[in-house]
Design a protein around this ligand. Structure first.
Ligand code: CP3
Length: 356
C-alpha cells in the first residue's frame, strides 16, 4: 500500500510529529452541503447513496473538494450491519433510522448470525475500493463501524430511543441474551472492519454513540469488553503500514483511562471533556481525536476561530492530536464556517509549532 501524499492524519494517530494538526469532521459528507442534497435526490434516498459505489464515492469526495480536509471517511452507515443480518433497515422521513424486524423474541436472538462481509455487505467493500481509486493516494481513507452495544441499541429498540427502555430491561433481566447479541455483533464488526481494511481502508473508527448511556459497571461489561474483543481481532498492519484504530464513546469522558487500555491507537473525545486534562490522563498510550462542540459552528466565524484555537491550545504542543468535532456536524451548519474552521486549525497549529 503506497502511503498517501498527505499522511498527516495517519502520523498524528501514531503520535508522530506533524507540521500542523490534521483535521476531518464526523459526518463531513452530509445534509449541510447543498451538493450532497442534490446527489441524494438523484440517488432517490440515503440508502440509494450507500448501496451504489459510484454515488458513495461521489459524496465521500464532496467535502474534500470544498475544504482542505486531511482524511476521507467512507460514506455509509453503521446500521448496514444489522440490515445485512435481516432486520430490514429503513429511514422514515424526519424520524431517523428504523428496523422492520427489531430483535424482540428470544428465538430471533438465538437465530442471529454475523453476516459474511463478502455477501450482503459487498456493496460497502466495493465502495471502499472505488473511493480509494478516486482518492489516488491524496489523503487516507477511514473505514468505520458501530460498536456492538450501539448497534444492539438500534436492533433491540427498533430505532432511536430516549430512554433505551427495551435494551436496558434486557440488560438487567436477561443479561445472557444481551451478551449473545453483543458477541454476534462483535464477530460481525471484526469481520466487517477487516474486510474494509482488505478493500483499502487505511484507518478504522468504532462509533460507540450510546455507550455513554450505561452505568459505570455496565459500560465495561456490555460495551467496552466487546470493543476490546474487536480491537484484538483487527488487522493492524497492511502491506507494511500500520492501520490505526480509533475508539469513540460519546459521553465516555469518565472512562478514558479504561478505553485507552483496550489496545486502540486513538480515543475520540466528545466536547464535555477538557482535551488537555484528557491528555494528562491517558499519557502517551494513545492519540486523541476531537473535541470541538459541533454547535460552535452555528456561531459567527470569529467565534469559530476562537473556539478552535482554544481546543488547540488546551491540547498544547507535542504530537498525537487529530482535530475533529465532538460529534457529527449538524445539517444546519453554514458551510462557510467549515472553511473558517479548517483554515484556523491549519494555520494556528502551524504557528504553535513554529513558536515551540
Ligand atoms: O462521517 C461521514 O461523512 C460518513 C458517513 C456516516 C453516516 N453515518 C452517514 C449518514 C457515518 C460515519 C455514520 C455513522 C452513524 N450512523 C452513527 C455513529 C455516529 C454518530 O453520529 O453518532 C449513528 C448512530 C448512525 C445511525 C444513523 N444514521 C442516524 C441516527 C441517522 C439519522 C441522523 C440524521 O442526521 O438524520 C442516520 C442517517 C445518516 N447517516 C445520514 C448520513 C449522512 C443522514 C441521512 C440523510 O441524508 O438524510
Amino acid at each position: 500500500m503506497t502511503r498517501p501524499r498527505n499522511d498527516t492524519f495517519l502520523r498524528a494517530l501514531m503520535r508522530q510529529p506533524t507540521d500542523y494538526t490534521p483535521l476531518w469532521l464526523m459526518r463531513q459528507a452530509g445534509r449541510y452541503l447543498p451538493e450532497y442534497r442534490e446527489t441524494r435526490a438523484r440517488a432517490g434516498n440515503f440508502m440509494g447513496l450507500c448501496t451504489s459505489p459510484a454515488f458513495a464515492t461521489e459524496v465521500t469526495l464532496q467535502p474534500l473538494a470544498r475544504y482542505e480536509l486531511d482524511a476521507a471517511i467512507l460514506f455509509s452507515d453503521i446500521l448496514t450491519v444489522p440490515d445485512a443480518m435481516g432486520l430490514g433497515l429503513y429511514f422514515a422521513e424526519g424520524e431517523g433510522p428504523k428496523f422492520e424486524r427489531p430483535l424482540r423474541e428470544e428465538w430471533a436472538i438465538r437465530d442471529l448470525e454475523a453476516p459474511d462481509p463478502a455477501g450482503k455487505l459487498r456493496y460497502v467493500m466495493d465502495a471502499v475500493a472505488e473511493i480509494r481509486r478516486a482518492l489516488d493516494n491524496s489523503v487516507p481513507l477511514i473505514g468505520f463501524s458501530g460498536s456492538p452495544y450501539t448497534l444492539a441499541c438500534y436492533m433491540i429498540e427498533g430505532g432511536a430511543s430516549d430512554d433505551f427502555r427495551r435494551i436496558k430491561t434486557m440488560l438487567y433481566e436477561r443479561p445472557d441474551l444481551l451478551h449473545h447479541v453483543l458477541d454476534v455483533n462483535a464477530r460481525a464488526v471484526t469481520a466487517y472492519l477487516n474486510a474494509q481494511i482488505e478493500s483499502g481502508a487505511q484507518a478504522v473508527m468504532i462509533f460507540d454513540t450510546w455507550g455513554g448511556s450505561l452505568s459505570h459497571a455496565a459500560y465495561r461489561e456490555f460495551s467496552l469488553a466487546y470493543m476490546q474483543q474487536i480491537v484484538a481481532g483487527l488487522t493492524r498492519e497492511k502491506d507494511g503500514e500500520r492501520v490505526p484504530v480509533i475508539v469513540f464513546t460519546k459521553g465516555g469522558g469518565l472512562w478514558l483511562e479504561a478505553i485507552a487500555d483496550i489496545g486502540c491507537d486513538a480515543l475520540g473525545l466528545d466536547w464535555t471533556v477538557d482535551i488537555g486534562q484528557a491528555r494528562e490522563r491517558v499519557g502517551s498510550r494513545v492519540a486523541l481525536q476531537g473535541n470541538l462542540d459541533p454547535s460552535v459552528l452555528f456561531a459567527t466565524p470569529d467565534v469559530v476561530a476562537r473556539e478552535a484555537t482554544r481546543v488547540l491550545e488546551r491540547f498544547g504542543s507535542g504530537p498525537g492530536h487529530v482535530f475533529n468535532l465532538g460529534h457529527g456536524i449538524s445539517q444546519f451548519t453554514p458551510p462557510e464556517n467549515v472553511t473558517t474552521l479548517v483554515e484556523t486549525v491549519h494555520s494556528v497549529s502551524r504557528k504553535m509549532r513554529a513558536g515551540a
